[in-house]
Design a protein around this ligand. Structure first.
Ligand code: ATP
Ligand code: MG
Length: 496
């Protein structure tokens, strides 16, 4: 089983114990949380592999969903208190006992966590908020959950809290910001926040060979740390990003299988096959009808909990692929997110000043898009992790001066060069193709709207309205996505 011990939770600090939560995450079993560690009473539910959901020691209670990476260095820093520590939660506890709240800046991983001590509650995300964490501070309790839908329905709370932002479409639910730890004292109502990470704004200048070597090393380490003895599935398009991850996972003997999604409107099967053949690894293709893919939008909205139709077009094919995969509890690596620090989406940005500007903007606006959320695969029982958003990879790629990203007429130049020895020449040079383009997700959604009588000029606005209407049902009312019909929602939107 490739999943972490805990993959999600919905808890309440103070007040009465909550009912069974409305979580989409099925990657594990719902286990009750009930404790008074840390000087407060907290209760609720965690999605676990059967392990105890919380741990406690020296008056501190910890709940951690997700996993920590690069833990050897952290153990060294903590010293003998880390001896015998096995799990991420235990390591967090040991780190906390040595460093306190600022120690959360040492943690490197994919997680959302709650730490309680002395009547104080601290809610924290990883550097990039890759495991979303939501908060509702009501009159009698603080509620925290890894899915917003678990917190809707209450009539109180939702006051501004430092380090949080409103979740889309939900007036009383707030999202803890990426790279942030929010400290709350339920008894007094006091709240404050610290940043644990920020995207770098400066750029470093390196000789070509040094930059290439650093990118190779840091990405290799990110993949090693993520597989950590497990066998992984790679979602592979044959583009440079996922092919890099597949090659590195294979290099450490951890690539169990690569998988590709295609539809009757388009696929990247030949490109992915070239990579799998080159590596000599097992590969599987899944083809579904493009309209059936679009009909699964309620699943994508329920998992991502967003209303942005462009982002939903990227995430939909992945959610559909995760749902199509046989087996339970796969450990999945993706190539998702490389384009943000490398500016890969901005193929038209010819000048380096505009390339760096869009990178700076994208790195400061990724929050809340939930593109890396584990719930996307968690709805199908799997766990994902994204080496390109490893903290050290993200730092390095963001910091590299833009001339290393667009060079000799190529986009993502430094990554392509770093992978030259591991991948076929055609893959190294393959132009970027977005997941929403390769699968036809964008174009088929558009043609379904046109078929329903929407004028071409109105398509973007209607896509947004459909996303909002779906969100209202599968998040706002926490309806099960299998009970929500895309076509019915589309008809209602068009009729209004
Ligand atoms: P490139 O940016 O050069 O196209 P890429 O295809 O690997 O590289 P994206 O297009 O940004 O990257 O797609 C994001 C990620 O989604 C990929 O890295 C891959 O993990 C996954 N993905 C995209 N398309 C598919 C597909 N058709 N089948 C399986 N996984 C896919
Ligand atoms: Mg692609």
């Amino acid at each position: 089983m490739g999943r972490p011990q805990i993959t999600g939770f919905s808890i309440r600090v103070g007040g009465s114990a909550p009912d069974l939560p409305r979580l989409s995450m099925v990657a594990g079993q719902l286990t009750p949380v009930s404790t008074s560690d840390g000087g407060v009473t907290w209760s609720g539910w965690a999605v676990t592999d059967g392990s105890a959901p919380t741990i406690a020691g020296d008056g501190v209670g910890v709940l951690l969903a997700g996993e920590l990476y690069h833990t050897a260095a952290l153990r060294t820093a903590i010293g003998s208190a880390a001896d015998g520590v096995r799990t991420g939660a235990e390591l967090l506890l040991a780190c906390w006992l040595r460093y306190g709240t600022p120690g959360l800046r040492l943690l490197d991983g994919r997680f959302a966590a709650v730490v309680v001590e002395g009547g104080t509650v601290v809610a924290t995300t990883d550097h990039a908020g890759t495991v979303p964490l939501y908060l509702r501070w009501g009159t009698d309790a603080i509620e925290l959950a890894t899915e917003a839908k678990a917190l809707v329905g209450g009539c109180h709370g939702g006051l501004p809290v430092p380090g949080t932002q409103l979740a889309p479409g939900l007036p009383r639910v707030r999202r803890i910001q990426a790279g942030t730890a929010v400290t709350m004292v339920p008894e007094t109502g006091f709240a404050t926040a610290i940043r644990t990470w920020r995207p770098p704004m400066h750029r470093i200048v390196l000789p070509e060979d040094v930059a290439i070597a650093r990118v190779t090393a840091v990405l290799d380490e990110a993949v090693r740390s993520r597989v950590d003895g497990r066998r992984a599935t790679v979602v592979l398009s044959g583009g440079i990003d996922s092919s890099s991850v597949a090659a590195l996972a294979h290099g450490v003997g951890a690539l169990a299988e690569s998988v590709s999604l295609g539809t009757d409107a388009g696929d990247e099967f030949p490109a992915a096959r070239i990579v799998a053949t080159h590596l000599g690894t097992r590969h599987a293709e899944f083809r579904i009808g493009a309209e059936d893919l679009v009909r699964q939008l309620p699943w994508a909205v329920a998992a991502a909990e967003i209303v942005d139709p462009d982002v939903l077009e990227y995430l939909l094919p992945l959610v559909v692929l995760y749902r199509a995969l046989p087996g339970d509890g796969r450990h999945i690596l993706t190539g998702y997110g490389a384009d943000i620090p490398l500016g890969g989406m901005h193929r038209g940005a010819r000048r380096l000043d505009s390339l760096d500007e869009v990178i700076a903007v994208d790195m400061s606006t990724f929050e809340g898009l939930n593109e890396l959320s584990p719930v996307l695969a968690g709805v199908a029982g799997h766990w994902t992790t994204h080496p390109f958003w490893d903290r050290a990879v993200l730092d390095l790629l963001t910091m590299l001066e833009p001339g290393l990203k667009r060079r000799h007429g190529r986009d993502k130049w430094v990554l392509r060069e770093a992978m030259r020895g591991l991948l076929p020449e055609t893959t190294v040079h393959r132009p970027k193709l977005g997941i929403h383009e390769g699968s036809g997700a964008s174009s088929v959604w558009t043609s379904m709207l046109l078929g329903a009588g929407v004028a071409a000029v109105d398509v973007p606005a209607v896509k947004r309205s459909v996303a909002i209407a779906l969100h209202e049902r599968v998040v706002g009312r926490a309806e099960a996505p299998e009970d929500v019909s895309f076509e019915e929602v589309l008809r209602e939107v068009v009729a209004n």
